[in-house]
Design a protein around this ligand. Structure first.
Ligand code: ADP
Ligand code: MG
Length: 323
């Protein structure tokens, strides 16, 4: 069983950044308004996420670490229309199988919180603990019991950068949440959580990028496109500055990228790239999210509709503002 757990864990837990992604998504699912992410040594030694969300009731704390223990899917219908980010109930079990975990949590109804400590998937201790409402999870010594996996980790700097990328995406996809990212004791990123995408873009991508953006708001059929694109005259982006979000989740979509580039055709100088932070809102039933949990590539039931929506959203914005 222990072996099976470790193999299954590998599907979700590849590196510190994948742990961070799962922990941040859990905090968002819990309705957090403010999150603090702290890492040391690229996250290999230490990852801590603190949220002010719902917390986990004492009687559910141990269960949350069991595989397929999700509180988020109750019926087959739920599976088809997934609104929350997590739905497999695998993350905590997988992380716990390959690290040392400590979690402290309290719901609004409870006077006292709960603390649980696990290592290698086994519960070491559990008991009451005083804490504010919300959840703090600490993950230490990732892959301490799977040396083969540890070997595949890159330098701390590289792992730390991958973690930062995850934090950036989250900050951009949830401007309503304040995110603080602390790396080796230094604050790297802090978004205000004021609900404005532009504030988040400013905090994440910098002042210069934020200054050269045009707002997008466009609907075509059941597809709504909002966000920002770079002015064609200042298209100094690279492909790392093309962010697409689908219903609040960062995705890779060849369709959306192609539509963006097509819309810019003729408007930008050779060798430059369009940049964007675009949110695509679609009824969940039109999205196939049931792909590998670690993959961000997304499929749409109607790729053509998404292409058209992105294309015209961008094209119209550029045309309005630049001629
Ligand atoms: P999933 O997110 O797919 O449901 P996870 O393994 O990530 O599965 O989490 C298991 C369960 O633990 C969740 O369904 C949720 O009930 C609870 N949980 C995990 N993290 C948090 C958190 N930060 N705040 C509140 N509940 C949480
Ligand atoms: Mg989850």
């Amino acid at each position: 069983k222990a072996v099976a757990e470790k193999i299954a864990a590998g599907e979700v837990v590849e590196r510190p950044a994948s742990v961070v992604k799962e922990l941040l998504e859990n905090a968002i699912d819990a309705g957090a308004a403010a999150l603090t992410l702290e890492i040391q040594n690229g996250g290999v030694r230490f990852i801590r996420v603190t949220d002010d969300g719902s917390g986990i009731p004492a009687e559910d704390v141990a269960t949350a670490f069991l595989r397929h223990a999700t509180s988020k899917v109750h019926t087959d219908g739920d599976l088809e229309a997934i609104g929350t980010l997590g739905f497999r109930g695998e993350a905590l079990a997988s992380v716990t199988a390959v690290s040392k975990v400590e979690l402290i949590t309290r719901t609004a109804d409870e006077l006292e919180g709960t603390r649980i400590a696990l290592a290698g998937g086994e519960v070491l201790e559990q008991g009451p603990a005083g804490c504010p409402q919300g959840t703090t999870i600490l993950v230490r010594d990732l892959f301490y019991n799977t040396p083969a996996r540890m070997k595949f980790l890159k330098k701390d700097v590289t792992e730390g950068n991958a973690v930062r990328a995850v934090a950036e995406r989250l900050a951009l996809s949830h401007p309503e949440i304040s995110l603080k990212f602390i790396k080796d004791g230094r604050e790297e990123l802090h978004t205000p959580g004021d609900g404005k995408l532009l504030s988040a873009v400013h905090a994440v991508l910098g002042r210069d990028f934020a200054r050269d953006l045009l707002p997008v708001d466009y609907a075509l059929g059941s597809v709504r496109i909002t966000g920002f694109v770079l002015k064609p005259v200042s298209a100094r982006a690279n492909r790392n500055m093309q962010f697409f979000f689908l219903n609040g989740r960062l995705v890779k979509s060849r369709t959306a990228m192609a539509a963006l580039e097509q819309a810019y055709k003729g408007s930008i100088m050779v060798g430059r790239f369009p940049g964007c932070v675009l949110h695509i809102a679609l009824p969940p039933a039109l999205v196939d999210v049931n792909v590998h949990p670690a993959k961000t590539e997304v499929r749409f039931a109607d790729e053509h509709a998404v292409f058209e929506a992105v294309y015209y959203a961008v094209k119209n914005t550029i045309a309005e503002k630049d001629t």
